[in-house]
Design a protein around this ligand. Structure first.
Ligand SMILES: Cc1ncc(C[n+]2csc(CCOP(=O)(O)OP(=O)(O)O)c2C)c(N)n1
Ligand code: SF4
Ligand SMILES: [Mg+2]
Length: 304
């Protein structure tokens, strides 16, 4: 066993709830990789778990708050950003992580997500995009690609999928990153970067639900779906073809960060062009601090 392996297993033991293992997730699900990346980013940033809160909604993704050993809240479907807003206002010094599925964040929770971004509440929001409602058995989600088969679209979805990056930009989030479970170093680094943001930082993670979505779309093994999600292999997969149509942009403010990701993955710009995006924008004010100060000031005021 290499030293690196020993180090990672020790980290996980320290940051996860051993008594809740094994997880309920299917073998090979990308969610394990994502949880690992979040925990590693927390460790690399040196955050104190007593000062970290993880808030999740409902779904396979929503289960994560049960496994990470910090201040966790498993809330209602779609409402994680609202609960997280309350935590951030009450405890502005806390690092608040919100973990949501694509359905959780963009269907029932779309309203909460948009307004948390508009208000620029300080949180790191991780959206696990696996193209489907996984937990409930494979219904079409807002990110199911055109042509993607689901239990509610037997002939393939014909609706245009939502573009989370465009939504984040429009709603005013100061940071957005897209990464996949196929490139874990980039994923971890994107989350680490998100922790640096004073405001709302959104990280979309393209993940595999091979058991539900993959099986309905000719990718029954985790490796099939993970390979199909890789930018280099999208041409071989009609489902990915649709996703690859979504533009990959790196804004001026995000060029350095993107270069950092490339260096860490050891690939050239062209090689990683389909895999991810990261940008930051300046000028946005973290409103949660303002709100918190105002609340604190009011609490100090004598009652009228
Ligand atoms: C108010 C409400 N509506 C619907 C549901 C049923 N429900 C639970 S999880 C879920 C969708 C899960 O999909 P997603 O958010 O993409 O998470 P995944 O399981 O794919 O990680 C739905 C519709 C619910 N629990 N509560
Ligand atoms: S149903 Fe899909 S998303 Fe849920 S644990 Fe299994 S592979 Fe993962
Ligand atoms: Mg999903």
């Amino acid at each position: 066993m290499s030293n690196a392996t020993v180090q990672i297993s020790l980290t996980l033991r320290d940051y996860l709830r051993a008594d809740r293992m094994p997880t309920t997730w299917c073998a090979g699900c990308g969610l394990g990789i994502i949880m690992n990346a979040i925990v590693q980013a927390i460790a690399y940033r040196g955050l104190d778990m007593d000062q970290v809160s993880m808030v999740s909604g409902i779904g396979c993704t929503g289960r994560m708050s049960g496994y990470v050993d910090c201040n966790t809240v498993h809330t209602t479907h779609g409402r994680a950003p609202a609960f997280a807003t309350g935590i951030k206002l009450a405890k502005p010094e806390m690092t608040v992580i919100t973990v949501m599925g694509d359905g959780d964040a963009m269907s029932i929770g779309g309203n909460h997500l948009v307004h948390a971004m508009r208000r620029n509440i300080g949180m790191v929001a991780i959206v696990v995009n696996n193209n489907v409602y996984g937990l409930t058995g494979g219904q079409t989600s807002p990110t199911t690609p055109v042509g993607g088969v689901s239990t509610t679209a037997a002939e393939g979805s014909f609706e245009r999928p939502m573009d989370l990056e465009a939504l984040a930009r429009t709603a005013g989030a100061p940071f957005f990153a897209r990464a996949t479970v196929n490139h874990t170093a980039s994923l971890t680094m994107a989350i680490e970067k998100a922790f640096e943001i004073d405001g709302f930082a959104l990280v979309e993670v393209i993940s595999n639900c091979h058991v539900i979505y993959g099986r309905m779309n000719g990718m029954p093994e985790a490796a099939d779906m993970i390979a199909a999600m890789d930018g280099d292999t999208w041409r071989t997969n009609p489902v990915l073809l649709k996703r690859a149509d979504q533009s990959i942009r790196v804004t001026a403010g995000g060029v350095d960060a993107a270069d950092g990701l490339r260096k860490r993955d050891g690939v050239s710009q062209d090689e990683r062009s389909g895999r991810g995006v990261i940008w930051t924008s300046s000028g946005s004010v973290g409103l949660s601090k303002k709100y918190s100060k105002e609340i604190a000031a009011r609490q100090g005021e004598p009652e009228a």
